[in-house]
Ligand binder design. Structure first.
Ligand SMILES: Cc1cc2nc3c(=O)[nH]c(=O)nc-3n(C[C@H](O)[C@H](O)[C@H](O)COP(=O)(O)O)c2cc1C
Length: 156
């Protein structure tokens, strides 16, 4: 079974991966501001306001938190002051790691997302309101069906 993942946030995107041969699409970021999602309201607001270019593929949040992920596994997150300060300066961040760890932990507790991480992909651009999960998935499925039917009609 092939499951396509990454950047799917619309029915058009879901239809595209199904048409390309996937049996399913996995959706992550599109659900970050769902009513049922556990994030703080201020974090959901950041995702709702973000566009695709407001994200960065970076290791700085893992380095800052002291998480020993291999360097080949960065994560895509919303850009913020912490990422702007340290992305590209990973060596220096490693030296200041103890201070960064305290900053990130405190910021996460306070809901200060100028420092704390919010992992999110380019699909953040499709998140425009807080909505129940069922509503998001019903809309995705209905839109995907619509786009797949349009392709079928091309062949009829
Ligand atoms: C809050 C959040 C945490 C994530 N944590 C991880 C992680 O620990 N490891 C990982 O490989 N991917 C992680 N991801 C990336 C997911 O694998 C990714 O969201 C998934 O492939 C779906 O892509 P999408 O978010 O563009 O829909 C995370 C994504 C989000 C939104």
């Amino acid at each position: 079974m092939v499951v396509a993942a990454g950047g799917i946030g619309t029915g058009r995107g879901l239809a595209a991966v199904l048409a390309a041969g996937a049996q399913a699409g996995l959706v992550g970021t599109r659900l970050l501001a769902a009513t049922e999602a556990a994030g703080k309201p201020s974090a959901k607001r950041k995702v709702i306001e973000a566009d695709a270019e407001d994200t960065v593929l970076t290791r700085v949040f893992d380095i800052g938190a002291g998480l020993a992920w291999p360097s080949r596994y960065p994560g895509r997150a919303l850009r913020n002051d912490f990422a702007d300060r340290w992305h590209g300066h990973e060596e220096a961040l490693s030296v200041d790691q103890a201070e960064a760890r305290t900053t990130l932990a405190q910021a996460a507790r306070d809901g200060d997302y100028s420092q704390a991480v919010i992992y999110a992909s380019s699909a953040a651009e499709f998140v425009r309101a807080e909505q129940p999960v069922a509503e998001i998935l019903d809309q995705l499925a209905a839109d995907a069906e619509h786009h797949l039917a349009a392709v079928r009609d091309l062949l009829a």
